[in-house]
Design a protein around this ligand. Structure first.
Ligand SMILES: C[S@@+](CC[C@H](N)C(=O)[O-])C[C@H]1O[C@@H](n2cnc3c(N)ncnc32)[C@H](O)[C@@H]1O
Length: 306
């Protein structure tokens, strides 16, 4: 909340409403003339927001993918853009804990994993069709799974016999495919990385993040803050890159010694923030959280240079 720097009469965007934990804190700081636009792709999150916050005229809930946040801001805050954007990436605890959403190997349920269960293909349908080489790539790159080849082979063999339709069927298959010693020695459940990789692929999460970061930079008013909390090194890398590219001129190269004039649109605020040990022990799901903050700069005057 400190990083977002909420002004009582400002307009803010929470791109990942979830169960409204952050939204409530923003609303606590807004006066009667403030506005909070809150997005979530998950219909359960929006229904929760309407039930619990429905009476608050300062809150506009929109069900959409955050990659479309630019259009939402143009519609709801057309004059000046927004004074702050918060993104708290990934899945929420209620999503992880609802067996019917299929996000967790800890609960028996259909293998779905879609943030918006009304669009795209479920994890079960994706696994039924995906090419083996592509599956190896997804497990290796998005899950950083070192047994990606063995696991992909086991999935392809299993689906020839019968479709993989449940979380427990996939979890058992992955556990069996790993070398026994590695599964036993692992600090995390052997299926953790596979589930994470498939979830990121099914929801095209990294592409959505790249698009949302660019739209966020465009949608901020000068002085507005961008605050992003990520839970995966691949996400954090993208956030870091988007901030760096908007904040610093690309180095001049030999092929293009006089680089075109660059005017920074963001200024990084502080360094990477990680949860304290105390926070990690009181909220273990925050363990891998990384927060980055940047501030939107005014556009350079026409004809000016950086
Ligand atoms: C970690 S939770 C946010 C929790 C929230 N900050 C709170 O205080 O309750 C992430 C939320 O973002 C949503 N989400 C993730 N990726 C999204 C995307 N590309 N578009 C829209 N919503 C997304 C998920 O559905 C989930 O509800």
């Amino acid at each position: 909340m400190n990083a977002l720097n909420v002004r009582a009469d400002g307009t803010y965007l929470d791109a990942t409403f979830g169960r409204g934990g952050h939204a409530r804190l923003v609303l606590d700081r807004l006066g009667a003339r403030g506005l909070l636009i809150a997005l979530d792709a998950d219909p359960d999150a929006i229904a929760f927001g309407e039930r619990e916050f429905g009476g608050d005229a300062r809150l506009r809930l929109v069900r959409c993918n955050f990659r479309d946040l630019g259009a939402v801001v143009r519609d709801l805050a057309p004059q000046a853009g927004v004074d702050g954007i918060l993104m708290d990436l990934g899945v929420s605890s209620p999503q992880l804990d609802s067996p019917e959403r299929g996000f967790s190997f800890r609960h028996e349920g259909p293998l779905d994993m879609r943030l918006d269960p009304d669009t795209g293909v479920s994890a079960a349908d994706w696994l039924a069709e995906v090419d083996e080489a592509q599956l190896v790539k997804v497990l290796f790159e998005l899950g950083e799974e070192k047994f990606s080849r063995r696991i992909a082979r086991a999935i392809v063999e299993a689906r020839e016999a019968e479709p993989i339709r449940t979380t427990s069927a996939l979890a058992a298959l992955v556990e069996k495919a790993m070398p026994a010693g590695a599964a036993r020695a692992s600090r995390i459940h052997p299926a953790t990385r596979t589930f994470q990789a498939i979830r990121i692929a099914v929801n095209a999460e990294l592409d959505a993040l790249d698009e949302a970061l660019q739209a966020a930079i465009e949608s901020l008013a000068p002085g507005g803050r961008l605050v992003v909390i990520s839970f995966h090194s691949l996400e954090d890398r993208r956030v870091k890159r988007a901030i760096r590219e908007a904040a610093t001129a690309p180095p001049a190269s030999r092929r293009m010694p006089s680089a075109p004039s660059f005017s920074p649109r963001l200024k990084a605020i502080g360094k990477l923030v990680r949860p304290t040990e105390q926070e990690q022990s009181s909220n273990p799901r925050a363990r891998s959280a990384r927060m980055r903050v940047a501030e939107r700069l005014a556009d350079a005057p026409v004809g000016g240079s950086a």
